[in-house]
Design a protein around this ligand. Sequence first.
Ligand SMILES: Nc1ncnc2c1ncn2[C@@H]1O[C@H](COP(=O)(O)OP(=O)(O)OP(=O)(O)O)[C@@H](O)[C@H]1O
Length: 579
Amino acid sequence: MPKSNNKSFYAVANGRGPCPAIVRTWDECNEKVHRFPKALFKSFGTHREAEAWLGANYVETASTSNKPYDRPSPAHWSSLGTQHSEPPSHPVAKPKAVPEVQLSDEQEAVLQRVLARGNVFFSGSAGTGKSVLLRAIIQSLREQERNFAVTASTGIAALAVSGCTLHSWAGVGLGKQPVNSYTGRWLKNRQRYERVIQRWRTTEALLIDEISMIDGKFFDKLEEIARIMRHSDLPFGGIQLIICGDMFQLPPVPDRDPRNNQQIPSVFAFEAQTWDMCMGPPVNLTRVFRQKEQGFVDLLNAMRFGNVDEQAVAVFQTLQREVKYEDEIQPTEILSRRDEVEWANNRRLDMLTGETRRYTAQQFAGRNSEGQQITHEQMEKLLEKLVVPKQISLKVGAQVMLVKNLVQGTLVNGSLGIVRDFKTVAEAKEANILIVRPEGDDKKPEVPRSLEKERWPVVQFTNGIQMLAIPQEFTVENADAEMEAQRNQVPLILAWALSVHKAQGQTIERVRVDLKNTFEKGQAYVAISRATTLEGLQVLNFHRSKVMVCERVVEWQNRNEDLALRQRAREWDVIEIDD
Ligand SMILES: Nc1ncnc2c1ncn2[C@@H]1O[C@H](COP(=O)(O)OP(=O)(O)OP(=O)(O)O)[C@@H](O)[C@H]1O
């Protein structure tokens, strides 16, 4: 334990209260980390060393300084996928400061509604500044010292707002079980589930980003859990809901019926039974910031509603050309299917010289919900669904993405980085490189012995943190939340090319979109709307049929617009009478 007096700067990457943080005394450190699951901290002789270990995003207690909480902005991520925008080289440097934007009037109006403590769902097409507004809301709630949670539908979306996934905040794993199996288990084992119970009971405001991918049935479950856990009849147990997203973007991932493997159609959050009770009509942001050319904005708006006329088709035909750049920075490829992304990434890996290291996962078969041991084939089938591959080959210089939340808000599913080296656990410790031990029994030694001999990738993330990527556990659970199959693997994937799923929420200057294998509603729109200019966009394999839109979303949007019009008409009537 780092209690020695000559090391008086404690860097806490994961612990109680605001984290990462630097504190000056062992007592303060202990308060943050004692019995905190997966606590991560280290003592240093100098402030600079502690700071370097954490990167730039840390908070400090009053005993050190008043440095504000300074998380990296997603804009910092936007240039990734290029060869020149790699994270700073060792020793760790701070990320570039990103200037704050001035909120527009419509963004400001939403912020004021949130500060008045109302439930708000704000929407708008891609690039209308929803994420920027969400960050401003977070900042204001922080200044007001409200107890709030920042969540998003997916890991990568959560990364953009420095939050966690809604599933992980709610403590419900995959969220497939009935409500009372969660609440019953938590309330029967209060000590074990103290943290999740506390979260449900004390959270005053819950922020949810990228709502389009949240399933309506899941929303209903959380609404019920909230009422039970908070002993309240109010919608969502009285938690203030601040929700953001565009229903025209990616829909929830559909479930499959285990009996026949058929897809079960997904239900949007706005179709949840409790949605109308919790949320009013959306507030639509209308000003597009990401693209400045009106022609491009109009084209994207038409795509959003599935209206692609002859003129639009002609524009897309011109966008097939290759874009030549004077420097070597290559566009980020956005592709629809996982296997295409895999192929593109492997091609880039082949271009790197240097030793290839190949990591093969350890896999385990567990029991199904009837208590029967599953077969090897069943195990393979279950594990196929995981993002983390069974085998991964890496080289120094490879661009990678973390696929597991390891340090909340700092090293999360979606964090991008570059492989800098391969080291053993002992070498990494010697070099002060962060190691996050696998989950599981807290009594296990820091890093399992079995991992000591191998050399593991050292990844430098865009926030400057270097981490030794040792294998982590990826588990598929049965309906009773027990292990059905498990893969232990280095928690990384190659990331020169991104899937549309992983690109959602990002702004990317140089983009090549290939629509050949587009299969999902909203996919083409999300991919193309990442670009900032028509000049920096190449689109391959465009065809009208690739622009798919969900009719239910269009109908819902039309209903909202109709309601808004009527509302305005009523307001005008009142003005006329007053006059
Ligand atoms: N008020 C503003 N002033 C200037 N620029 C802004 C403003 N709001 C947003 N932007 C810029 O517009 C771009 C898109 O913003 P943002 O990512 O928040 O949009 P979004 O609505 O969340 O997009 P998407 O739905 O595609 O994820 C960013 O580059 C952001 O910095």
